[in-house]
Design a binder for this molecule. Structure first.
Ligand SMILES: [Mg+2]
Length: 118
């Protein structure tokens, strides 16, 4: 999970743990790229859009530029809800899109749709 808000990381972390999943956190895109290179690929990435240092779209473009990452699902979790934002994220390689505020059912539904289970 990549989000600059500690509160959001706690909220999503709590939901994923309640679904029996383990999580790894990063506060921006660069931190996420660094931990991916040391920890390897997760089953899925939940990605905020607006973050300092490297935002979600910048991260997504870097991440998808490496074919090794092609099969890893990315879910954008963001307040950016304009049609153009959604289109931009999907064309940059996001698999799903969740608007903040979200709840457990919404997150579970998206993960389930992508075949990501505990
Ligand atoms: Mg943010």
């Amino acid at each position: 999970m990549v989000d600059d808000s500690r509160g959001i990381r706690l909220a999503i972390g709590g939901i994923l743990k309640s679904l029996g999943m383990s999580i790894s956190e990063a506060a921006d895109g660069q931190e996420a790229l660094d931990s991916l290179s040391s920890e390897g690929l997760p089953d899925a990435i939940l990605l905020d859009w607006n973050m300092p240092v490297m935002n979600g779209i910048e991260f997504l473009k870097e991440f998808r530029a490496d074919a090794v990452n092609a099969a890893c699902p990315v879910i954008m979790v963001t307040t950016n809800s304009d049609f153009e934002n959604i289109t931009e994220a999907l064309s940059a390689g996001a698999n799903e899109y969740v608007m903040k505020p979200f709840d457990k059912e919404m997150l579970f539904g998206k993960l389930d749709a992508l075949g990501v289970h505990a």
